[in-house]
Design a binder for this molecule. Structure first.
Ligand code: ADP
Ligand code: ADP
Ligand code: ADP
Length: 213
């Protein structure tokens, strides 16, 4: 199955992508995670992406699209994948469509995680990420047993630079201007399904899986 998850920053895309991808035995491909891995690894790609990410702006399309093309060409993505954080604007969606057509395939479904702005701000403001394994926690909604320490691997938790209040506001604007139009784009393609993303993580996963069966 070839899937895309869309939704505002903080909707729970990364959290759900992990469970959905593991239920379906397909790789989760998160452009945000790939960029962050490159930033912390100090690669040329990371150096380029960092200034955009710190501001909450989108990394330029040429860069992002080349990275996704490489990733989708890897062996593990040939039978299916779950894209999290890509595409993020209509031009990226158009390139993705062409790219998949070149590979002789197409997207099956786009899941839109639907949550209101207040909930998004609550989720982003309390998000903590593990420096070692990348797992995402929340100080109130999904706290680790010991504050600041990842239950999964013992790594140190940190708050992403772009999860500060100023940047959160800007990222929500960028979402409304550039990413929200994808909802109409994929509705036109007839492959968009909305999923209520409020409530406990497991319930959201169940709603998403119900759509996929
Ligand atoms: P969130 O968890 O808030 O949805 P991500 O982890 O997906 O955020 O993305 C973090 C940052 O990485 C974005 O603000 C942007 O700078 C960059 N980024 C991620 N995906 C893309 C993309 N498809 N196109 C351009 N920039 C991207
Ligand atoms: P690792 O040691 O796990 O490969 P990296 O920091 O090299 O860590 O990369 C993390 C992720 O980013 C990997 O999934 C890798 O495929 C991806 N990645 C790194 N650089 C690029 C690139 N230029 N194009 C596409 N994917 C990349
Ligand atoms: P996105 O990838 O869309 O930016 P994340 O998956 O990183 O979103 O989730 C943002 C924050 O909200 C994280 O701290 C996560 O633990 C928390 N979160 C995710 N899903 C839920 C949920 N259903 N209820 C409460 N908090 C959630």
């Amino acid at each position: 199955m070839r899937l895309v998850l869309v939704g505002p920053p903080g909707a729970g895309k990364g959290t759900q992508a992990q469970f959905i991808a593991s239920h379906l035995s397909i790789p989760k491909i998160s452009t945000g995670d790939i960029f962050r891995a490159n930033v912390s690894g100090g690669t040329p790609l990371g150096k380029l992406a960092k200034e955009y990410m710190d501001r909450g702006d989108l990394v330029p399309d040429e860069v992002t699209v080349a990275m996704v093309r490489d990733r989708l060409s890897e062996d593990d993505a040939q039978e299916g994948f779950l894209l999290d954080g890509f595409p993020r604007n209509v031009p990226q969606a158009e390139v993705l469509k062409k790219m998949l057509a070149e590979f002789g395939t197409a997207l099956d479904l786009v899941l839109e995680l639907v949550v209101d702005d207040d909930e998004v701000v609550r989720r982003l403001a309390g998000r903590r990420t593990c420096r070692s394994c990348g797992k995402v926690w929340h100080v109130l909604f999904d706290p680790p047993a010991e504050p600041g320490v990842c239950d999964a691997c013992g790594g140190e938790l940190f708050q992403r630079d772009d999860d500060r209040e100023e940047t959160i506001r800007h990222r929500l604007e960028v979402y409304q201007e550039q990413t929200a139009p994808l909802v109409a784009f994929y509705a036109d393609e007839g492959i968009l399904v909305g999923v209520d993303a409020t409530g406990p993580v497991e319930e959201v996963t169940q709603r998403a899986m119900a759509v996929l069966r």
